[in-house]
Design a protein around this ligand. Structure first.
Ligand SMILES: [Mg+2]
Ligand SMILES: [Zn+2]
Length: 177
């Protein structure tokens, strides 16, 4: 199977320092939903792996996260695409869990759930921790400059082999031509 792993905030939708705490606050970055649909049409299964420590901080609960993802899917459906699965880490950093990126736990769970080898699987994110978790499992780290991406690029220290694109749409162009 052909798989792509996406970070959510700053890649699919606008990020917020105050966290995305409601469906109303979830707003897609122009072109991102269309880009996911193009991946689907090219035969890719698309999954999301997202740190959501706002849950651990009590800023939103699971049912709100589900409602946010239902909004995402609904808008994506109108663009002709779908996310096959959402993987999220609800923990705060101090818990030192194995799923919060840059740890590779969510990616390993994806590998196990879909019974797929993550070697060279594109993993697209806007933060260093997305790229580091990708690198840890042999996936292909791809940085987009939306969200925190520009700052991530300026801070340097990107994992070896990281590809950089302006946004999700351009990253997808590199995958599906
Ligand atoms: Mg992000
Ligand atoms: Zn976690």
């Amino acid at each position: 199977m052909k798989l792509v792993i996406l970070d959510r905030d700053g890649v699919i939708n606008y990020d917020s320092e105050q966290f995305i705490k409601s469906p109303e606050e979830w707003k897609p970055i122009p072109g991102s939903l269309n880009a996911i649909a193009r991946l689907n049409h090219a035969g890719y299964t698309v999954v999301v792996a997202t740190n959501q420590s706002g849950i651990g901080r009590g800023l939103l609960d699971m049912s709100t996260l589900t409602a946010i993802h239902e909004k995402l899917q609904k808008m994506l459906l109108l663009a002709g695409g779908k996310i096959d699965a959402f993987f999220y880490c609800p923990h705060t950093a101090d818990l030192k869990c194995s799923c919060r990126k840059p740890e590779p736990g969510m990616l390993l769970e994806i590998a196990s759930r879909f019974d797929v080898d993550l070697n060279r699987v594109p993993a697209i994110g806007d933060s260093l921790r997305d790229l580091v978790s990708a690198r840890k499992v042999g996936a292909k780290p791809i940085l987009v400059l939306t969200g925190k991406g520009q700052k991530t690029l300026e801070n340097g220290g990107l994992p070896e082999g990281t590809e950089v694109y302006a946004d999700l749409s351009e990253a997808v162009n590199s995958l599906v031509g």
